[in-house]
Unconditional design. Structure first.
Length: 246
């Protein structure tokens, strides 16, 4: 479904992502892990058009999407959440999600139609799916941190994605919120036939939910494999998990 082929990106001579290859099959839940500065977010920014690669290709459903803008990629069915909460704090929960749906349908610049009346049923259905329907009229800035992270997922769903990219979806959450969030993502994946690529620092989350894992260190991939293969890899143990023979 998705392939990154030899993706590279440097900043002033610093190689942030170096010749990274990744293939994700439809329906998979693949994790990208690595220490801070490994290049994970840069890699996600390349996939979603925020950054342009210096070299390499990005192929989605057989189409080369390298160099497309973020909104073009969004409309092809790839949605994204961010490491730092990225919602419109002064808009209501409902308006945040509705705006995503309107953007997908290219209705954000329609000066004739009253946008507030458009796609209301779909917006409410999305909010119900993520458990935020009762708070649809709440100004987003008044939500808890965990609820804002869930709202980001709802906003991503507004694009009717087939492929969702989640950058640390549980960052800043309590253990209880983390479990609820990951169980929600797991349920959405099953119910909506989603393919998910995510990055996390919580190893319990990674090993508990990922089908496969890619490990990055200093911009390079050191292994791609199953959870067991990654756990047993000595380079991973030394570079990321902090294990040694001592």
């Amino acid at each position: 479904m998705f392939e990154a082929k030899g993706l590279s990106k440097s900043f002033d001579g610093f190689m942030a992502v170096s010749r990274v290859d990744l293939s994700v099959e439809k329906g998979e839940m693949v994790a990208v892990i690595g220490p801070n500065g490994a290049g994970k977010t840069t890699f996600f920014n390349l996939i979603t058009g925020i950054l342009k690669p210096d070299s390499g290709r990005i192929v989605y459903k057989g189409e080369d999407i390298t160099g497309l803008s973020p909104y073009e990629i969004f409309r092809k069915g790839i949605s994204r959440s961010f490491q730092i909460v990225n919602v419109f704090q002064r808009l209501t929960v409902f308006e945040n999600v509705q705006l995503s749906v309107l953007s997908r349908e290219n209705k954000t610049w329609d000066l004739i139609t009253n946008a507030s009346k458009l796609y209301t049923d779909e917006t409410e259905k999305i909010l119900e799916q993520v458990g935020l329907l009762e708070k649809k009229n709440t100004v987003s800035g008044f939500l808890s941190h965990g609820e804002q992270k869930i709202l980001e997922i709802a906003i991503a769903l507004g694009g009717k994605p087939e492929f969702m990219i989640l950058d640390e979806p549980t960052a800043g959450m309590s253990p209880e919120e983390t479990v609820r969030c990951m169980e929600l993502i797991k349920r959405l994946r099953e119910e909506m036939d989603l393919t998910i690529l995510f990055c996390e620092h919580d190893m319990d989350v990674v090993f508990g939910y990922a089908n496969r894992i890619m490990v990055m260190v200093r911009g390079e991939t050191i292994i791609q494999g199953t959870c067991d293969e990654v756990k047993c890899n000595r380079l991973v143990q030394e570079a990321y998990l902090g294990l040694s023979d001592e």
